[in-house]
Design a protein around this ligand. Structure first.
Ligand code: ZN
Length: 294
């Protein structure tokens, strides 16, 4: 059995990791740089972050490949290195995960950043190919599951799943980002995502990033009430981003995120972590809140 599916079948609640980008910046990555380039230039920093999350209690770590598709890498003139970057990032995470018992490596795939046709220029076929290329790199580097996240468009989700399935039989999970009033930027509702998750036979589905823990709690409740048949993922930002003196600050303390973890867990989410603005300190508190006996 696949390691991720095994973990799903054995555990009632699974703790995910927190932000990668926020941590890379706190460790000196320059603004405007491709975070994925850190896999090549500073593998020791990426591995240090993975290790910190596992030591804080994460059972699943996400590779540093959120923007490692050819469209986003093109902006940094790295689009000829998609496979290398994804494979390297997957190996870095795998190495750290294997220092510990039962830690799962999830291959992160974010959106292309392009608008899909007919609204934009990106054709469905080109999107499928870009995701296939990324998933192939991640899979060759040894991930246990493909983790499609921060999506806004159902068509792009379909393209990412189709691309992944064309190159690997790894399980797939999808999380979308819901903005105010519980819709994604492209208008998708939690109920629509639940329906699609069933059709696509995903292993888990949920929400990440967005407008802070409270908005995400409402989304999780709706997914649960919509009769979601598969495990639900909650990965909220650590509070709400505020621009203070030109810097983005998140106002969610580890204690706030710990309480949030309990709330989403009661609403039916069983895979729980955090997104932008979070750190291993948040994950440690969330672990305490979720597993009182530890
Ligand atoms: Zn985020």
């Amino acid at each position: 059995m696949n390691k991720f599916e095994q973990l799903l079948s054995e555990s009632k609640t699974i703790l995910l990791d927190g932000a990668m980008g926020t941590m890379l910046m706190s460790k000196g990555m320059e603004a405007g740089q491709a975070p994925e380039k850190m896999n090549l230039d500073h593998p020791e920093i990426v591995q240090e972050i993975h290790r910190a999350y596992i030591e804080a209690g994460s059972n699943v770590i996400l590779t540093n490949t959120f923007g490692a598709n050819r469209f986003r890498l093109m902006r940094h003139k790295l689009d000829d290195r998609v496979r290398e970057i994804n494979q390297t990032a997957a190996r870095l995470a795998r190495q750290v995960a294997d220092e510990f018992p039962n830690v799962i490596v999830a291959g992160s795939m974010g959106p292309t950043g392009e608008l899909m046709a007919p609204l934009g220029k990106l054709s469905f076929e080109d999107a499928v190919q870009a995701f296939a290329e990324q998933a192939a790199g991640l899979s060759s580097g040894g991930v246990d599951v493909i983790w499609i996240e921060t999506m806004a468009d159902l068509q792009e989700v379909k393209a990412a799943v189709q691309g992944t399935r064309s190159v690997t039989r790894l399980p797939i999970v999808v999380t979308m980002t819901f903005e105010s009033r519980g819709r994604t930027m492209m208008g998708v509702t939690p109920e629509q995502l639940v329906r699609l998750a069933g059709e696509l036979e995903l292993s888990a589905v949920g929400a990440n990033c967005g407008k802070g823990p409270q908005e995400l709690e409402a989304v999780i409740e709706r997914m649960h009430k919509a009769g979601c048949q598969i495990p639900i993922i909650a990965k909220a930002n650590a509070g709400i981003p505020k621009l203070i003196e030109g810097k983005v600050i998140y106002d969610g303390s580890p204690e706030i995120m710990a309480e949030h973890a309990r709330v989403v867990n009661q609403s039916g989410a069983t895979l729980i972590g955090a997104c932008c603005g979070s750190s291993p300190d948040h994950i440690r508190e969330m672990r305490r809140a979720l597993f009182l006996d530890l």
